[in-house]
Design a protein around this ligand. Structure first.
Ligand SMILES: Nc1ccn([C@H]2C[C@H](O)[C@@H](COP(=O)(O)O)O2)c(=O)n1
Ligand SMILES: [Zn+2]
Length: 161
C-alpha cells in the first residue's frame, strides 16, 4: 500500500503562509501586513493586506511615515484585517479565526470583535508597547476574543513564481 506523505504543512502553517503571501501584495515600503480569515471548519473565507482604499492611487498618496498628517500614510492606509473583513462577501464571520502577520491595532480590534471573530492568530507583535495594541488587548480580553501568537515551525517553503 502506498502511504500518504507525512511532511505536508499544518493548518497553522497553511493559513499563516497565506497571510504572509497576501502581505506581499502590499505597497507599503515599511511594513507589509497580510491577513487570512478562516471558518471553524478550516475553509478560507477572506484575505487582505494593507493598502489605500479603491480610487486612492498608490502613486499619488504618500507612503511616508512622517510629515504632515495629511501627507503621510496613516490617515489613509486600510489595514489588512479591515480589508479582509470588508472583502468577505458571505453572510457571517461569527466564530471565524483570523490569521494576521502583525498584531491588530485598536481600530481593527473593534471591527474584529463586531464581526464576531472569535480567535486571532498573530505573528509579529512589534508594536506591543503602543497604546493602540494595549487597547486592542484590553478589548479582546473584555470581549472574549482569544489571541494566540503563531509558533513558527522554522519550515522553509520555496515557491517559484
Ligand atoms: N495590524 C496592523 C498594523 C498595521 N497595519 C498597517 C498600517 C500601515 O500601512 C503599516 C504600519 O506602518 P509602520 O508604522 O510600521 O510604518 O501596517 C496593518 O495593516 N495591520
Ligand atoms: Zn488596524
Amino acid at each position: 500500500m502506498t502511504r500518504k506523505r507525512e511532511d505536508y504543512i499544518s493548518w497553522d502553517e497553511y493559513f499563516m503562509g497565506v497571510a504572509i503571501l497576501s502581505g506581499m501584495r502590499s505597497k507599503d515600503p515599511n511594513t507589509q501586513v497580510g491577513c487570512c480569515i478562516v471558518s471553524r471548519d478550516n475553509k478560507i473565507l477572506s484575505m487582505g493586506y494593507n493598502g489605500f482604499p479603491i480610487g486612492c492611487s498608490d502613486d499619488e498618496f504618500s507612503w511616508s511615515r512622517d510629515g504632515e498628517e495629511l501627507d503621510n500614510k496613516y490617515l489613509f492606509s486600510t489595514h489588512s484585517e479591515l480589508n479582509a473583513i470588508l472583502n468577505y462577501s458571505g453572510t457571517s464571520l461569527q466564530g471565524a479565526k483570523l490569521y494576521v502577520t502583525l498584531f491588530p491595532c485598536n481600530e481593527c480590534a473593534k471591527a474584529i470583535i463586531q464581526a464576531g471573530i472569535s480567535t486571532v492568530v498573530y505573528d509579529s507583535d512589534k508594536y506591543a508597547d503602543t497604546l493602540s495594541v494595549l487597547a486592542s488587548k484590553k478589548m479582546f480580553d473584555a470581549a472574549g476574543v482569544k489571541y494566540i501568537q503563531y509558533k513558527r515551525s522554522g519550515r522553509q517553503v520555496t515557491i517559484t513564481l
